[in-house]
Design a protein around this ligand. Sequence first.
Ligand SMILES: Nc1nc2c(ncn2[C@@H]2O[C@H](COP(=O)(O)OP(=O)(O)OP(=O)(O)O)[C@@H](O)[C@H]2O)c(=O)[nH]1
Length: 170
Amino acid sequence: MTNILGAILAGGQARRFGSDKAHARVDGWRLIDLVHDRLSVQCDAIVVCGRVEQGFTCIPDLPEPGLGPLGGLNAALAHAAASGHSHVLSCGVDVPNLPPDLAGTLAGEGAGIVQSQPVVGLWPVTLAGVLADYLAGGGRALYGFADRVEARRIAFDPPLLNVNRPEDLP
Ligand SMILES: Nc1nc2c(ncn2[C@@H]2O[C@H](COP(=O)(O)OP(=O)(O)OP(=O)(O)O)[C@@H](O)[C@H]2O)c(=O)[nH]1
């Protein structure tokens, strides 16, 4: 699959982590760099959503900050549609073991719309309007949106790690 915009959703408060999660280190790498490198081998371009980070292309959440990860995904889908990408591959900044073939795995599930765990997913840009409507109607839950668009949920083996607290760091 080509023409994928990678979206690093990084606008969270990291309350449970207690400090800037994007700059926490795994094997000397900052999480944001780790996720960026893993996405960049499988995406045509990368944006960071909901955070200003030097050295990255950054876009603000839409329609406003504070709506949770879907605000970042909404911004990424709008950006992807405007820049001619067919899909968004979304990932939180807190997933340190992204497989290098994530996009292929998700696409290989058959459906055009696939979601594996919160904020990791492959989304066609044709969903931009559906997500904007979902947010306008007060929807904030990623799983609620995933169910609305009948996204498939798949499990990874080994499971994708999710760093919420310092002790979750590998
Ligand atoms: N763009 C964007 N990303 C978000 C937003 N809220 C959470 N995220 C990201 O989504 C991923 C999962 O976030 P959570 O673990 O639910 O929240 P968190 O803010 O990181 O952590 P807590 O404050 O402890 O809940 C992380 O990469 C966050 O940076 C948001 O409002 N906008």
